[in-house]
Design a protein around this ligand. Structure first.
Ligand SMILES: [Zn+2]
Length: 134
């Protein structure tokens, strides 16, 4: 896998306006666990920007996790994340609606998705999502 390392002092790709080190870097590089679904969503977005397939797979629920994930040749250039909504109606279930912006060959796209998350043994996992059309 061809993952990228990020300067720890740079602003986090998830647009939290915090440094990568104290934002998603805690989860991607230091082994901390996201304490809610929004933090996990942010860290998974950041993992996409850094082609960290390892992190995406370990935070994917076993019921929906792909057997493998190769982001090496993915054409997207990720441009930013906006969290629209984070709801946790039950202790171990949450939804996060977000907009992720990206470019392919210079053309801009946006992905608006409602993602579902579950918590098992204290750890949050991504389950699946519904893509909303504009
Ligand atoms: Zn972040």
């Amino acid at each position: 896998m061809n993952s990228q390392l990020l300067d720890q002092t740079l602003l986090c790709p998830c647009n939290s306006n915090q440094s990568y080190r104290i934002c998603c870097g805690r989860f991607l590089d230091q082994g901390d666990f996201a304490t809610n679904a929004e933090l996990l969503m942010r860290s998974r977005y950041t993992a996409y920007t850094l082609q960290r397939a390892d992190y995406l797979l370990t935070t994917w629920h076993t019921s929906t996790r792909p057997a493998s994930l190769d982001l090496t040749n993915s054409p997207q250039r990720w441009m930013g994340l906006t969290i629209k909504r984070h709801e946790q109606p039950y202790a171990d279930r949450a939804v996060v609606e977000f907009i992720a912006r990206y470019k392919i060959n210079g053309r801009a796209y946006r992905l608006n998705e409602i993602s579902r998350f579950v918590r098992e043994q204290g750890h949050w996992f991504y389950v699946d999502g519904d893509i909303l059309s504009d």
